[in-house]
Design a protein around this ligand. Structure first.
Ligand SMILES: C[S@@+](CC[C@H](N)C(=O)[O-])C[C@H]1O[C@@H](n2cnc3c(N)ncnc32)[C@H](O)[C@@H]1O
Length: 354
């Protein structure tokens, strides 16, 4: 039933899904790459006419929202972005649900074929905050056993064809800070979803034991099946980043790629504290996420307002307004650096003192 691409990304269940997803990718590609610069100009002009500064915080964008929403171009763009997401998820979800038993069976078969690499407690309670329909995916990360399959194809649309071989996840792994002494025996990927960074980590550091941690079992089961099919040896564990089961001082390096903007603000501090605890002295942390500030005003508007209001990112505004580097300092990290590697994301690097 499932055809495999020569590379890492599988085909969706039916040919008609593949063409639907190609179309959605083109729509997103047009909306983000060709149309958004025009919208950015429009938002910038509205801000300038209202006498607002070129870089604004979420509250200032909120003040300006009625003006921005009066622009037909902006309203059209928002409608297209939201509908494209909804149509992509709906088609995929229906298609997988039509053969639910088969797809669930594949997950179970991988667990039997490769035991001891998927770790979870059936009594684990998922907090309500992790049950939102993030990015408008119905049921979010946790609500459907097949959510990992659906998410994988949905992210293909999101990355617009640039990540079919996990290129973006590979570049995150390449950008990671490693311990100064070069000892990399155990690595932890927090909020690992379907394990694309985790498998890239194992491929880059074959000598290391790699763990992916996530609150969502459907993501982890897919991650486990995918890593098993790829022949890459990674451990996946269900758990909360704010209260991990991992022992003190047990990891040399930790990565959190686009986790923090998707967790509630009250968990920032406990998560950072727990990462500090599980890192060994001299261990290194890399956080790759949406920026707290960005010189490109409309990109700020997109992160701080559009995504929060129209793409079900309920926590992203809080992260955008938060001084994350200061929190790392308060938790005890040292040598905290911020690096921008592309127009959208910010890498924050930190080390646990020896
Ligand atoms: C945007 S996704 C991360 C993407 C992923 N790092 C990748 O490589 O593509 C955010 C992930 O964080 C997980 N998550 C949310 N809250 C969490 C928490 N408190 N502890 C652990 N994982 C969490 C979600 O289930 C989801 O899989």
């Amino acid at each position: 039933m499932e055809q495999r691409n020569p590379g890492k990304h599988p085909q969706p269940p039916r040919r008609e899904d593949a063409s639907h997803m190609e179309y959605m990718t083109e729509v997103r590609n047009f909306a983000v790459r060709s149309w958004f610069p025009e919208i950015a100009g429009e938002v910038g002009e509205i801000a300038a006419q209202a006498g607002m500064p070129p870089v604004m915080d979420a509250r200032q964008y909120g003040q300006l929202a009625p003006e921005i929403d009066r622009s037909p171009a902006v309203a059209g763009w928002k409608r297209v972005m939201r509908s494209q997401q909804q149509l992509a998820w709906r088609k995929l979800q229906d298609s997988y649900a039509a053969d639910r038993e088969f797809w669930e069976g594949r997950l179970t078969e991988a667990e039997e074929r490769n035991p001891g690499r998927l770790h979870y407690d059936p009594a684990f309670k998922v907090p309500r905050s992790a049950c939102e329909d993030i990015h408008l995916q119905p049921g979010g990360y946790c609500g459907d056993n097949l959510a990992g399959y659906v998410f994988y194809h949905g992210t293909r649309v999101f990355y617009q064809g640039d990540n079919d071989q996990d290129e973006i996840h590979g570049s995150c792994v390449d950008a990671m800070r490693l311990p100064a002494d070069g000892q990399v025996r155990r690595i932890l990927d927090i909020g690992c979803s379907i394990g694309q960074c985790a498998t890239a980590l194992k491929e880059r550091h074959p000598q290391a034991e790699v763990w992916g941690l996530d609150v969502a079992l459907p993501m982890l089961r897919y991650a486990h099946m995918r890593a098993t099919d790829m022949g890459v040896d990674v451990h996946f564990q269900q758990g909360l980043a704010e209260s991990m089961e991992q022992p003190d001082d047990s990891f040399d390096a930790v990565l959190a790629y686009i986790l923090f903007h998707e967790v509630p603000e009250h968990t920032f501090e406990p998560i950072v504290r727990d990462i500090f605890r599980v890192l060994r002295p001299g261990g290194a942390l890399t956080v790759i996420d949406t920026p707290n500030a960005n010189a490109f005003p409309a990109a700020n508007w997109m992160w701080k307002l559009f995504d929060a209001q129209y793409n079900c990112e309920p926590y992203s505004q809080a992260f955008g307004a938060f001084d994350f580097a200061a929190l790392l300092g308060e938790a005890g990290f040292e040598d905290i650096r911020k690096e921008t590697t592309n127009t959208f994301l910010l890498n924050t690097l930190a080390t646990k003192p020896r």
